[in-house]
Design a protein. Sequence first.
Length: 206
Amino acid sequence: MVGLRERKKLATRRAIRDAAMTLFEEHGFAQTTFDRIAEAADVSRATVFAYFPTKEDIVAGEADAAVAALAAALEERPAGQGSIATVRAWLGELTGWIEPELVLQLRLAREVPGVAARRLRLYRDVQDAVANALEIELGPDAHLAARLAAASLIAALGIAEETAADRMKDDGRALSGDEIDALFDDAVAFAEAGMAAITEARGEGS
């Protein structure tokens, strides 16, 4: 159970990020200073820095913690549960992967090189975690196959994000839980098909 102090810290972190994202949307990334974020969130400038050392960290939100959770889930997955299935379960537990502010996040990534680099690093961290798990799952000679399968999954997830963002821009509404699940299912199915093709090709070549 989360204690009162931890709940207050989480609430402060959320308030800072909400205020910052609103300012980014209304005034732009470069024009939004830490002082303006602190004022909007009703906290000190030092408090903002304590939670988010950079504005790029604010845009990323809880992504680092989510990636760490995925790596742990892959390392601790039950016997008989494949890596791709573990990734799908992780996606199902995520909150905020595809959210109403996704359009803003992707726009900032296009406009701000630092935000783009931050998102790229996060995707690379996810890809590395999945590839490492797949390499263990497929065997010692599967380095390239594991990297290809992991890359296909990340590419599919990126397309899912773009699809969701386009829908939000066109309709002005966030996707439903069922629609998000369908996008994730498609991404996983794509990766699983690639895994099956790799496994079959390796079998034929042996």
